[in-house]
Design a protein around this ligand. Structure first.
Ligand code: NAI
Length: 263
């Protein structure tokens, strides 16, 4: 039998195939940062995108810019803490494309503070956006995915959800919760061929980390084996793997993309 290695021409043509051709993907919090980078990767691989973000104009602008790279991109204003908003996004995807293949729960915020000073509302809002937002979207997407007997759910967690971090009790709890949620969903939905995984990025160069004070940034950098923050596209490449056929036997996993910050 001839292997792929003996047929370099075939390998080349396989490498050219778009890995998400005509897959319908919803990406939350995709106006900027990691969500936008994932959208860009997916778009170049032939996906049909539904971008959503609470910042309506920004996400519309992102959708416009990405449309030039491939299929037309749809944007929807959505606050993930509101169940009706999440259902609206899913309905738009179904009305436009008749199916949902990939859901990326990416929208997330921080409201840092030491526990002694952390306000209850800072705990609640971080939980509502980072964890309950994913719950709303999974609930809304599961029925169309079940009907199709296939689907991919990718939850963007954080290294902080694995290792904890002082001053981020709310964020760590939400991201750790997202990992447990992913595993429970992976077990519950496996028989319907819906694969659920989490990505746990380390520090990524986005507006979220731009806000870090210089001395904190230096401290984090000294703990990262690769000695630098990730670029958003380095997270997007893993999100592409989890959305594509390449990960057909991967479910219930947490993929760390942290430059060796936590092993
Ligand atoms: P970012 O702040 O650059 O982008 C987050 C996006 O989510 C923004 O466009 C924002 O408008 C949107 N958003 C916030 N609240 C929302 C809500 N209630 N409803 C809808 N959209 C909302 O953040 P970044 O860095 O791109 O982070 C993306 C995800 O990756 C987050 O879940 C974050 O926790 C996670 N992450 C980020 C890391 C980093 O170092 N930047 C490290 C580990 C995880």
């Amino acid at each position: 039998m001839q292997t792929d290695l003996e047929r370099p021409g075939q390998m080349y043509s396989n490498a050219q195939t778009m890995r998400l051709k005509d897959k319908v993907a919803i990406i939350t919090g995709s106006a900027q940062g990691i969500g936008r980078a994932i959208a860009e990767r997916y778009q170049k691989e032939g996906a049909k995108l539904i971008l959503c973000d609470m910042r309506e104009e920004s996400v519309a602008q992102t959708a416009k810019e990405l449309s030039s790279l491939g299929n037309p991109v749809t944007s929807v204003a959505c606050n993930v803490t509101k169940k009706e908003d999440c259902e609206k996004v899913v309905n738009v995807a179904i009305e436009k494309h008749g199916q949902i293949d990939v859901l990326v729960n990416n929208a997330g915020i921080t409201k840092d503070g030491l526990i002694m000073r952390m306000k209850e509302e800072d705990w609640d809002i971080v939980m509502d956006v980072n964890l309950k937002g994913a719950f709303h979207f999974v609930k809304a997407c599961v029925s169309p995915m079940m009907k199709k007997r296939s689907g991919r759910i990718i939850n963007i967690s954080s290294v902080v959800g694995l290792m904890g971090n002082p001053g981020q009790a709310n964020y760590a709890a939400s991201k750790g919760g997202l990992i447990a949620f992913s595993k429970a969903m992976a077990k519950e939905l496996a028989t319907r061929n819906i694969l659920v995984n989490a990505i746990a990025p380390g520090f990524v160069a986005t507006q979220m980390t731009d806000a870090l004070p210089e001395e904190v940034r230096k401290l984090y950098l000294s703990a990262i084996s690769l000695g630098r923050f990730a670029q958003p596209d380095e997270i997007a490449k893993v999100a592409l793997f989890l959305a594509s056929d390449d990960s057909s036997y991967v479910t219930g996993q947490v993929i760390s993309v942290n430059g060796g910050l936590y092993m």
